[in-house]
Design a binder for this molecule. Sequence first.
Ligand SMILES: NC(=O)c1ccc[n+]([C@@H]2O[C@H](COP(=O)([O-])OP(=O)(O)OC[C@H]3O[C@@H](n4cnc5c(N)ncnc54)[C@H](OP(=O)(O)O)[C@@H]3O)[C@@H](O)[C@H]2O)c1
Length: 276
Amino acid sequence: MNQVILLTGGSSGIGAATAILLAQEGNHVYAGSRSGRLPEDLKPESLAACRGFVRAMALDVNDASSLQSAVENICREEGRLDVLVCNAGNGIAGAIEQTNEEEAKYQFETCFFGAVKSIQACLPTFRAQGHGKIITVTSVAAVIPLPYQAFYSAVKAALLSLTQSLQLELKPFHIQCCSILPGDTKTGFTAARKYTKAAQDSSSPYYKAMMASVQKMEKDEQNGMSAQVIARAIARQVRRRRMSISVTPRIDYWAIGLLVRLLPRRLVLWIVGLLY
Ligand SMILES: NC(=O)c1ccc[n+]([C@@H]2O[C@H](COP(=O)([O-])OP(=O)(O)OC[C@H]3O[C@@H](n4cnc5c(N)ncnc54)[C@H](OP(=O)(O)O)[C@@H]3O)[C@@H](O)[C@H]2O)c1
């Protein structure tokens, strides 16, 4: 059956690719972003291949009232809402000592509290219906503590943990939760990454190591997998009757995730330190 889906961060990258794929599979996709643009690569040929549709919506995940009206509009139009994909996100870079409270809160605002507000906006509808799926887009950085992007790792770990707690709380209401943990993916995320103010001071003792680490990460992202790989993993969970608890797309990232869990922590940190 076609599903009615609210997806945040649908104007670019992973969200755009997911919106198109889900629409091609026959679903009704409401793709929210602050710009309220249609996905950037929504070409006429993709549209023609759609059995469902993608409709762009202007919404800010940091504004509970904009999420509330998005949910109300979808329910008025469709009579139901089946799936929420919490994908909107951004990243900051800088040593922990060189990240002030405001910058750290900025990182948590969209990626964590934005997802929480999105979930809270949908839950009354999901509970009343007696069904619903919540998919959060976290990151392999949730399980691999990155240097110089510690707040990004921390926020994605927090979202991963929240999603699993949510799964426990929502079981009685037949609402399922799943986290997707993408690895390096070629999207607009790299260009949108913000360096903290103090991190940009070239005389700082962290500067050289921080720049080398973040630039390596940026290179990996820009040579990374296509957003379609992550879109396919999300679409698979939307189709499944019973979602997985967490999914790390692509075998190499899945294997890295497994090793991180199995190896002694000191060894994991040593390897991460060599790489970044
Ligand atoms: N790219 C990677 O390597 C990678 C790896 C692991 C995880 N991820 C995660 O994947 C998710 C998608 O990232 P991406 O790589 O596709 O990046 P992206 O191309 O920069 O897309 C980010 C999307 O989020 C939207 N957004 C940002 N702030 C928002 C807000 N306050 N309210 C509503 N929408 C907002 C943006 O649209 P507007 O600017 O128009 O609002 C855009 O559509 C993020 O959660 C990211 O952390 C990415």
